[in-house]
Design a protein around this ligand. Structure first.
Ligand SMILES: NC(=O)c1ccc[n+]([C@@H]2O[C@H](COP(=O)([O-])OP(=O)(O)OC[C@H]3O[C@@H](n4cnc5c(N)ncnc54)[C@H](OP(=O)(O)O)[C@@H]3O)[C@@H](O)[C@H]2O)c1
Length: 267
């Protein structure tokens, strides 16, 4: 039995789909009722104890409102008590790198360290920016307004969230990935402007961008990560996804082609 946290989210929803397609038993965790799952909240230890009961492996997605490892640690504590065997954590590229006197992805790093210290088997998945982040900007794109570019002219190997989910399923179902930390990069290094140009071609409508370094609304931990990426920290490609999946990683263009309709829909 696999517990999928963040099951209604970007990566978790694909993990649920892939597990269902393969006939692997899973429990989808959400703070809301759903037929294939369990209602639980990282802030409610009793609900977490119910979620991990009789679970073999956990796909761990945390999006704390304030960056901290508290949600990960709450899950690890519940998992240890329930005899869970393995945790596959969705982390982020660069976690633990030093930039401008601060630590990139400090909360992900602290969570990874808590998982490693737990004695449970683990796999860490560290993707760069998801192609799907462009869906956040649907209203601006539909209105023809510019979307904010936080990463300047820096390049990143943008990854298809479906590939991240496929890597998660591989790690959840194959012991060969235990103790591995994967940088799940896509196949091409792209600037934000490159991505907008590709999207523009696919959608056949203007996708304008505006450079911004105004990060005041973001917590400091996220600002460090963005500034690290903006300085080129994430400008590299690994062979981790092709090795885990046994096929090339998907391109940003293919993701855009497959999501043309979503950009026309109401967010
Ligand atoms: N976006 C990127 O480019 C990127 C790149 C690298 C790494 N990451 C990492 O990926 C993770 C986010 O993954 P994602 O985009 O798949 O997530 P997401 O789409 O934001 O979904 C996260 C889910 O977590 C659930 N959730 C929120 N608060 C919860 C709580 N207190 N208790 C239980 N569940 C809760 C919500 O589900 P319910 O509402 O159903 O409860 C939500 O759907 C983050 O850790 C981020 O740092 C993101």
């Amino acid at each position: 039995m696999i517990l999928v946290t963040g099951a209604s989210g970007t990566i978790g929803s694909h993990v649920v789909r892939l597990l269902a397609e393969r006939g692997v038993a899973f429990r989808a965790m959400s703070r809301h009722e759903r037929p294939d799952g369990v209602r639980a909240d990282f802030d409610d230890p009793e609900s977490l104890a119910r979620a991990v009961a009789d679970v073999d492996a956990v796909f761990l997605v945390t999006v704390p409102p304030v960056p901290s490892a508290d949600h990960d640690i709450a899950l690890v504590t519940a998992a240890q008590a329930a005899g869970v065997r393995k945790i596959v954590k969705l982390s982020a590229i660069g976690s633990g790198e030093r930039f401008d006197g601060a630590t990139v992805g400090a909360w992900h790093l602290a969570a990874e360290e808590a998982i490693e210290a737990s004695g449970l088997a683990w796999t860490m998945l560290r993707p760069p920016s998801f192609a799907s982040n462009f869906l956040w900007h649907r209203p601006l794109i539909q209105a023809g307004d510019p979307i904010p570019n936080l990463t300047g002219d820096s390049r990143q190997a943008i990854v298809d969230p479906r590939d991240v989910a496929a890597a998660a399923v591989a790690a959840l179902t194959d012991e060969a990935h235990n103790g591995r930390r994967y940088d799940l990069t896509g196949p091409d290094l792209l600037t934000f402007a490159d991505q907008a140009t590709i999207l523009e071609r696919v959608l056949q409508r203007p996708v304008k961008i505006t450079d911004t370094s105004t990060l005041a609304s973001l917590p400091p931990d996220m600002t460090t990560g963005i500034n690290w990426a903006r300085a080129g920290g994430a400008a590299y490609i690994t062979d981790h996804l092709p090795r885990v999946l046994g096929r090339p990683a998907g391109t940003f263009e293919q993701w855009a082609l497959d999501h043309r309709e979503a950009f026309a829909a109401t967010p």
